[in-house]
Structures are given as structure tokens and as C-alpha cells.
Design a protein around this ligand. Sequence first.
Ligand code: CMP
Length: 135
Amino acid sequence: MLTLAIIKPDAIEAGNAGKILAHLEGQGFKIRAARLVRLTKAQAEEFYAVHRERPFFRPLVTFMGSGPALALALAREDAVAHLRQVIGATDPAEAKAGTVRKLYAQSRERNAIHASDSAETAAREVAFFFPELAP
Ligand code: CMP
């Protein structure tokens, strides 16, 4: 089973991408595809379209295009649910000790990593960055 992660621009800028990748591999995830991207405004808007009406949408789109980000297709048993556990709560103040966001996130917006939140979302998000993996 595949899921989609994005190591966000704040984590790349802070030099934490390698440590986050090692953390994910240590949790049993195998990298099936990886791409360093610089999201355009249109791409970030499309990726986060579900949040279009939320007050944080515009800053989120701006932030996600503010620098390089690393998109990852990750494989593991129960990948979607497990990756959500490993990354922790959206807000690092609420994330459990040892989670990626507790370790590396700066704030609810600059929160180091994105992960798909359901199997349906994972299929859409993996295809968004890696159409070549589509069944
Ligand atoms: P992510 O998993 O990438 O999905 C949506 C993102 O919106 C989320 O992580 C946060 O970085 C960002 N965000 C900013 N503010 C909020 C908020 N108040 N509630 C939820 N997500 C937020």
C-alpha cells in the first residue's frame, strides 16, 4: 500500500530533510518514488483544493510554493494510517513526543511534513506527483 508524503519547504530550508527521511525509513517505509518540486501557485491550490474555503488556505498556498519541497511515494503495510501516526498532530504543540512534527515542525503552518489522510486521498495525491505509478 502506498501513501504520499511531502517534506515541506520549512524542513528543507532548515536542513532536516535527511533526518526526516531516515526517520521514515526507520519506521519501515520504503521509498517508491521521490521528486524535489517547487510548487506553482496553481499546483498548490489544486493539491489543497479541499481547504479552499478555510482561512489558512492563502497562506498555506504561499508557504508551500515558497521553496523546494520533497514529494515521496512511500510503501508499507497500513501505510496511510501508520504515516499519520508517525508524523503526529498538525500542530506541533499537540503532537506526541517522538513524532516528526514534534521533532521538526515550527508551527501549525510550518509543520515540516504532509501525509495523506485516507486511502482515497493517498491514491489522488500519489497520482498528483507520480502519475507514472498509477495502476
Ligand atoms: P497538511 O497535512 O499539509 O494539510 C493542510 C495544512 O494546512 C496542514 O498540514 C497545515 O500545515 C495547514 N494549516 C494551517 N493552519 C491550519 C489550521 N488552523 N488547521 C489545520 N491545518 C492548518
